[in-house]
Design a protein. Sequence first.
Length: 531
Amino acid sequence: MGFVVGYVLGFALGFGLIVAFARYQNIRSKRRTNLLNWLNSHIQKIWPYVDEAASEIIRNSVEPILEQYRPVILASLKFSKLTLGTVAPQFTGVSILEGEPKEIIMELDLQWDGNPNIVLDIKTRVGIALPIQVKNIAFTGVFRLMFKPLVDEFPCFGAVCYSLREKRNLDFTLKVIGGDISAIPGVSDALEDTIRDAIEDSITWPVRKIVPILPGDYSYLEVKPVGILEVKLIEAKELTNKDIVGKSDPFAKIFIRPLQDKTKTSKTIDNQINPIWNEHFEFEVEDVSTQKLTIKIYDDEGIQAAELIGCAQIPLSQLEPGKVKDVWLKLVKDLEIQRDKKNRGQVHLELLYNPLNSESAFWNPFDPDFRLTSLEKALKQVKDDGVESSGPPKSASQMKKDIIVRGVLSVTVMSAEDLPATDFMGKSDPFVVLTMKKSEQKSKTRVLNDTLNPVWNQSFDFVVEDGLHELLIMEVYDHDTFGKDKMGRCIMTLTRAILEGEYSDCLRIDGTESGKLNLHLKWTSQAIIKE
């Protein structure tokens, strides 16, 4: 498993890799095979001693990590046996990367088809104790070694940091010694997820383990936040219905790192496959170039374990700092095995990545040169009035929570295009209903008869009490003598209007094949400090 391999690397290979690096750092590609042969032959020779020396150290180091990820279905999770077996890992590739000044980065491709003897003693919440063996481990990945800082004292660097840069494959099987793990529902999946989450977060980059070589303080090498990701979970559509009677009761779990205290859970929307959540979450970012935001949508099954509807991921590298990104993500069954062709639905998110900025508590991400927006003025007033004088300075995130952005949103419904035909003559009689989600204010356009491309050019003003947490819902209907038929809807946050002030947009009408809605929005704001 990844964390076992990681601790083995740190414990057993540190000095050998240092010597190898010092010996071969100037070699060219044609001699890398010699380096790999050298590394593999030496790790094979020392492996029996590694097994004997490292097992207890690994046990003491890994058990606390597993405890952090222990699922609620388990009362305890400990090792009863842990040996590394007779098969040593094999290095299959090596590369030297350019890093910052005073550091050198080496990446090693590693493969381990191991035969360790790993037995976990687990106890469930209902008092059942089971010895579970982890068997048939197959692991491939890329480990990163950082030699930093470079100094003029042998061996020429102060510390080595190691991390799992990329997990390419991890397979293993779980077997109850003397029994069948499937006899206890939920235990196998919960334990497998625990092991995978522990690997994913405890040693995967940007998390890194630090091995001091020379005396010194290397705390600055530890992973630290570099920014804040703001996530608005807006809605989902066309979710797979998991219930035989009625519809699914969806909720979402969102995380960058799968630690329990860093995972956010939404509220459950009952009996709905097109839920609207309108919830806001914030996450610390440690490395925007490699980390990803993960969202998993579940069906709440009450006292039974929730059933996964689908999951999605977006790399943070796709976000432009300070720019709001509105995205629809397709849900899949498995993020690693992309073979799922079934439509599981889509989830609608609004994302804003803000790098940490010590110079300003808040800045307008759409116009960084204009630094005194109405929201920043209010934040500045919070500071100038000494609100935080009795304690430590507030972060931008904390200060923004003390602000209510009030204002007037003017919405001009200009036109629609390519609406579906609902009448026998191939036409429709469309109109639009506009609703503010939180305040439940409603307005509607006039009905235009016999058209699939209506032009309204009607304006509506909404008094908004909390613009940062409000949604505008626009539903397009066909007027009928005996009622109305819904064609589709558009849902949008007010974030862009608040930051830009005024803009026009063309929105896809969900529920139609190609329908679009053309809008013009204008925001007049007043930021209010909470009492």
